[in-house]
Design a binder for this molecule. Structure first.
Ligand SMILES: NC(=O)c1ccc[n+]([C@@H]2O[C@H](COP(=O)([O-])OP(=O)(O)OC[C@H]3O[C@@H](n4cnc5c(N)ncnc54)[C@H](OP(=O)(O)O)[C@@H]3O)[C@@H](O)[C@H]2O)c1
Length: 242
């Protein structure tokens, strides 16, 4: 396999938001991977913590966004693209309001927003906003998490659609996001599951089937990032996701 057959994505962690730390962070990742560039580099969260404080349990180690503005970190991300260290740059876990705020303050718009998306957390307004603004959208946990995969696979509506297509229910779960122009990145360590997941791209769902899946939305966020919204943190569930 050659380098141009691989699409490599990595992310900037919260403790590396200081603009001075952004280039060293990607260079460290590139060294670890033995690469000259990544295809896509994402700001992992709209959250900052002090240098070296990867997962603070002390809330005072988080830095509020007025002290470490996203647009300053983003300007350093733009430099990575100019220098060819990242071919594309984007964000992850950004809400509509965070994106709108950044749009007004940046030179280059993010090219991607990577967010949790599956039939039980559809985030339709956010997806429509991103696609309508020219950002691509990637669904992480597109099959739900280990805790919920079984529920999605057994959901009667999904099972019925899978019967129509003579395929596995989880392929319908992926096909639904693909049909609405969302990229999916299901992780598996099993070759047969990887093959099965890839084949989901060949399934075309009808408008009625899409509508049926749309009815399953429960607003069920399975990665609430509550490790960042501990008591005393400047980040709360409300200001993180709204
Ligand atoms: N931006 C963010 O904040 C964020 C957050 C979470 C994840 N991510 C990214 O999202 C990507 C995928 O993560 P994820 O959350 O989807 O992965 P995950 O939760 O780590 O794994 C998905 C689970 O689905 C199982 N699975 C996959 N295909 C299956 C199939 N066809 N049938 C049954 N089970 C199946 C896997 O099991 P086996 O491996 O045993 O097959 C695994 O347990 C990663 O690249 C990760 O970095 C990003």
């Amino acid at each position: 396999m050659t380098r141009d057959e691989l699409f490599v994505t990595s992310k900037l962690w919260n403790s590396e938001h200081d603009p001075k730390d952004v280039e060293p962070a990607i260079r460290s990742t590139l060294k670890d991977l033995g690469l000259d560039y990544v295809n896509l580099y994402l700001m992992h969260w709209p959250i900052a913590s002090q240098r070296g404080e990867d997962m603070p349990s002390d809330p005072s180690k988080f830095i509020p966004l007025d002290k470490m503005p996203i647009e300053k970190t983003w300007a350093a991300m733009e430099e990575l693209k100019t220098k060819g260290l990242a071919k594309h740059i984007g964000v992850s876990n950004f809400s509509v309001s965070k994106l709108k705020d950044l749009f007004g303050k940046c030179k280059t718009l993010p090219e991607m927003n990577q967010i949790e998306l599956h039939p039980y957390l559809q985030q339709t307004k956010l997806v429509d906003f991103c696609l309508g603004s020219g950002l691509l959208v990637t669904a992480y946990s597109p099959l739900g998490t280990a805790a919920s995969i079984k529920n999605l696979a057994a959901d009667p509506a999904i099972v019925e659609i899978a019967k129509n297509h003579n395929c596995e229910p989880l392929q319908i779960v992926l096909a639904w996001n693909i049909e609405r122009s969302v990229i999916v990145i299901p992780k598996s360590v099993h070759a047969e599951r990887i093959t099965e997941n890839l084949k989901a791209a060949e399934i075309d769902l009808t408008a009625a089937e899409m509508e049926k899946v749309a009815e399953l939305d429960k607003g069920l966020r399975e990665n609430p990032a509550d490790i960042f919204t501990i008591p005393g943190s400047p980040y709360t569930q409300e200001n993180l996701w709204s």
